[in-house]
Design a binder for this molecule. Structure first.
Ligand SMILES: CC(C)(COP(=O)(O)OP(=O)(O)OC[C@H]1O[C@@H](n2cnc3c(N)ncnc32)[C@H](O)[C@@H]1OP(=O)(O)O)[C@@H](O)C(=O)NCCC(=O)NCCS
Length: 198
């Protein structure tokens, strides 16, 4: 199948802070082995920060779910290390559309040993225009209050970040135009609700 023009334009080389080249591109339906490998590499801390669940491992159904995401409606971008032996996914950013709306739920994860060198920020920066190009107008994400790195990253990328008094979690919001706000009645994306959506 021909890849969409917008997807081809989204592919780019960038450099980490320590000068390593990484390739950012949309997730492909054939990336399941690479995504499984990313998920298997994550520490419990990263799993919790990403999924807001105290899982020891990421359920394999999540990879299956990701592979079925409709790229005409949702954004899924990966950062890759390209080696002679093959590719390795270093990070994944998902912006899933709330069904039938112009609102997207955003979440990102970077392989533990690659955190803190610019991969997350670059991946999010590459994903935001994709969401806008797909017609999303508002983005929302939920962050654990202990996740100071994500809170700081979101602020630097011009998300509005505020603490929800009831839950204690932080919420990140971005509007591509207009001033409307929205709120999901769910938690981090790839949750059980997302299974229902797929
Ligand atoms: C949160 C996460 C995606 C950020 O990606 P990253 O590649 O580690 O972050 P970056 O290197 O791009 O840094 C972005 C900003 O975070 C802050 N930051 C990064 N590492 C930091 C550290 N060790 N201590 C404090 N702040 C830090 C800095 O402000 C940095 O901006 P700067 O480089 O301009 O100073 C990544 O750490 C991660 O996957 N964490 C586990 C999963 C998670 O928390 N997901 C978020 C769910 S929404």
């Amino acid at each position: 199948m021909m890849r969409q023009e917008s997807e081809k334009h989204a592919e780019t080389w960038v450099f980490t802070k320590n000068g390593k080249p990484i390739y950012i591109r949309p997730l492909r339906p054939t990336d399941n082995v690479l995504i499984d490998d990313l998920f298997r590499s994550l520490s419990p801390r990263s799993i919790f920060f990403r999924f807001l669940r105290h899982w020891k491992t990421v359920p394999p159904e999540l990879t299956e779910f990701l592979m079925k995401i409709d790229s005409k409606l949702n954004v899924a971008m990966v950062a890759l290390e390209k080696r002679q032996s093959g590719e390795r996914v270093l990070g994944l950013c998902g912006i899933l559309r709330k069904p039938g709306s112009e609102k997207g739920e955003f979440a990102v994860v970077v392989r533990d040993e690659w955190q803190g060198i610019g991969v997350g920020a670059k991946l999010i920066e590459a994903s935001l225009p994709m969401a806008r190009d797909l017609g999303m107008k508002e983005l929302w994400g939920l962050v654990s209050p202990e996740n100071t790195v994500m809170i700081e990253t979101a602020r630097k990328l011009k998300f509005t970040v505020g603490r929800d008094r009831e839950s204690g979690f932080y919420e990140m919001e971005m509007h591509f135009g207009g001033t409307k706000t929205f709120r999901f009645h769910g938690s981090a994306n790839f949750s059980e609700e997302c299974y229902e959506r797929s």
